[in-house]
Design a protein around this ligand. Structure first.
Ligand SMILES: Nc1ncnc2c1ncn2[C@@H]1O[C@H](COP(=O)(O)OP(=O)(O)O)[C@@H](O)[C@H]1O
Ligand SMILES: [Mg+2]
Length: 237
């Protein structure tokens, strides 16, 4: 069994959205059975799951102290993937959760505030010796800030080569416990989640399958974001 922890100090970056979508996508892709844990006391992932009609992925009610034993139990039950959502904080409880992960997914919106908050999360995850991957979420297509964020994040070589764009169906689908993949018809959002899952599943199994990055216009100099109040590379980590 593999454990994905979705973490970031920044609220609203897309942790709960990605946790739910990746869990459902993994199940749809045949990588299940998948289980989910909501380690955020706010309980957004649990609220979403309670509205679900589909019975999978399963939801596990636990606590951070009980998590190691529950993970062992889930493994014995044949669960193949556990996805854990976390609160927007960096507490010792979150460190305890991250310690149990095979991969930490760190969503970031392409905004200076999100990018600036990444350093502390990265520091904690690296201190704990866990592998991590950034996922650019809520990106506006063709926006300069998106390209700047790609430049900054990819300098660290840990950026998923799949960008999740800002689309209303992410929020709309979750209102009644679904995901974009479970809405009728095809969508770009669902394609992105599938591509992201494929990449992450490659990372989990020890190799990264090649996924094409969208073609991008020429990138602006990295210093520009710093000059406009955003993070400079040296001050990022
Ligand atoms: N790619 C996206 N496109 C549109 N809305 C999004 C996207 N990702 C997240 N959201 C919305 O942004 C808000 C915050 O996302 P959420 O997943 O709850 O963040 P977090 O768990 O990090 O606080 C929610 O209303 C969610 O529906
Ligand atoms: Mg959340």
């Amino acid at each position: 069994m593999k454990v994905i922890v979705v973490a970031s100090r920044k609220g609203g970056s897309g942790k709960t959205t990605l946790a739910g979508h990746l869990a459902v996508q993994a199940e749809l892709a045949g990588a299940g059975p998948v289980a989910m844990v909501d380690a955020d006391p706010q309980g957004s992932l649990a609220d979403w799951w309670n509205k679900r009609v589909a019975e999978t992925p399963v939801f596990v009610q636990t606590s951070v102290p009980d998590l190691p034993d529950d993970i062992a139990r889930l493994r014995d039950l044949g669960i193949q993937l556990l996805v854990i959502d976390t609160p927007p904080a960096l507490s010792s409880a979150i460190a305890d959760v991250i310690r149990l992960s095979d991969l930490v997914v760190i969503p970031s919106r392409p905004s200076p505030h999100d990018l600036l908050s990444l350093g502390a999360t990265v520091e904690l995850v690296e201190h704990l010796g866990r592998p991590l991957v950034f996922v650019l979420n809520g990106a506006a297509p063709r926006a300069r800030i998106t390209n700047e964020a790609i430049t900054i994040l990819s300098q660290y070589g840990m950026l998923a080569p799949v960008i999740v764009h800002q689309r209303v169906d992410f929020a709309a689908s979750m209102i009644d416990g679904r995901t974009v993949m479970e809405l009728p018809g095809k969508s770009r959002s669902a394609e992105e989640v599938l591509a992201l899952w494929r990449y992450l599943s490659g990372r989990l199994s020890g190799f990264a399958r090649p996924v094409a990055l969208p073609s991008l216009p020429p990138l602006p100099p990295v210093g520009r974001l710093a000059a406009s109040g955003g993070p400079a590379r040296s001050g990022f980590l």
